[in-house]
Design a protein around this ligand. Structure first.
Ligand SMILES: [Zn+2]
Length: 378
């Protein structure tokens, strides 16, 4: 390895050793190791989530299955000081070497354990004592689908998992057949496709859990153009696993008039109740809550402004499994766009529930139907 290829950078309160090129290149290179500076927000939020969850952990151990140069693992070791042991794994020996060196730079070598192994082997081996991990993070290139079983088998009862998907084109409906085989559900390539995507990802995690007699409860989810990320608690309970289908359903979308509804049962013969066009079906997918208000409120305490913005939208969000974009409404009304805040105020004034959503800053959620929204804003 060339000595000059890696440079020191600081993210949060943690020193990292990263490929020089990754700090300047538009798309960070995969060799000699991968580091994505633009995932800082993602890692910042995860620090807030893990700090919040820490008091609930029976064993204060953290596993980072695709650790790369150790960015997330090292930040947890440094910035979640009460985390007792941190485990990181990557198949790239150069990346792991840098992670170990950076652990020394941060004086956290004692509690950091980095290894080079296949992801599932690493996860199933567990801690040095052979125990499961308190928190397991999975942040792969592309789809997490093939590793979900191992993540669930590697986490303690009442532990936390955080899973990222970067196959957003698949989950948002560009490749529906790939989505169906990876996530057992159909995507919707429409104006709220990233929420459907989040719910497809969560549904796969929930259904896999139920097969293993586990139950999940999502506590926080957020997304950007490039990734979707969900945090969920996992508990051993066959009785709760039996109830998984209470939170699994479908979203019916009318591409003609923009009407959308969530339903429990699949019915391909159903026509749009507003315009009688054929409906497009998204799912099966998770229709339950993605956010635990109390948990996110704790995350938000002392958070920086840019993080607070996302967290506060999640706290406020009402329990409707799809959103409406403000520009979508104005184009139907053929008017200048209303601000999201204005739309929410008008809907509330007419007695509807309405809120922002962390999944799209230009969108809102409401229990009003599209015809009712258009009526209110006309
Ligand atoms: Zn319709």
């Amino acid at each position: 390895m060339e000595g000059g290829e890696f440079v020191q950078t600081t993210e949060g309160q943690t020193r990292l050793l990263v490929p020089r090129l990754s700090l300047t290149a538009k798309v960070p290179p995969k060799t000699p190791a991968f580091f994505n500076p633009s995932a800082k927000l993602n890692r910042d939020l995860s620090i807030l989530a893990y700090r919040t969850f820490l008091p609930r952990l029976k064993e204060k151990t953290f596993a980072d299955a695709f650790t790369g140069v150790g960015a997330r693992a090292l930040r947890v070791a440094v910035e979640v000081p009460d985390m007792e042991q941190v485990y990181g794994n990557d198949v790239n020996p150069t990346a792991v070497e840098m992670a170990k060196k950076a652990a020394a730079l941060n004086s956290v070598s004692d509690k950091c354990h980095f290894c080079i192994d296949e992801v599932c082997k690493f996860l199933l081996r567990g801690t040095e004592a052979g125990e499961r991990f308190g928190i397991v993070d999975l942040d792969p290139f592309g789809t997490p689908a093939r590793h979900i079983d191992c993540v669930l088998r590697a986490v303690l009862d009442d532990g936390l998992i955080s899973i990222t998907a970067t196959d957003t084109a698949v989950l948002c409906g560009i490749y529906p057949e790939v989505c169906l085989r990876r996530y057992y559900g159909r995507p919707l390539n429409n104006s709220y496709g990233n929420e459907t995507a989040m719910r497809l990802l969560t549904s796969l995690i929930a259904l896999t859990s139920s097969r293993l007699e586990l139950a999940i409860k999502p506590v926080f989810a957020h997304s950007t153009m490039h990734y979707l990320r969900v945090y969920a608690t996992v508990s051993v309970s066959s009785s709760e696993a039996n109830n998984v289908y209470n939170n699994i359903g479908y979203i019916m979308h009318c591409f003609q008039c923009g009407h959308r509804t969530a339903v429990q049962e699949f019915d391909s013969s159903k026509k749009c109740e507003l315009c009688h066009s054929k409906l497009k079906i998204g799912g099966q997918l998770w229709t339950g809550a993605l956010h635990d208000r109390e948990f996110i409120a704790k995350m938000s305490e002392g958070a920086e402004r840019q993080h607070k913005k996302i967290l506060d939208a999640a706290i406020e969000e009402i329990g409707v499994p799809y959103y409406f974009r403000a520009d979508e409404i104005s184009s139907r009304l053929k008017t200048n766009p209303y601000s999201v805040q204005k739309i929410i105020e008008k809907l509330r004034a007419c007695g509807y529930m309405a809120s922002r959503t962390p999944l799209n800053t230009g969108a809102f959620k409401t229990d009003a139907r599209i015809d009712q929204i258009l009526q209110v804003l006309k």
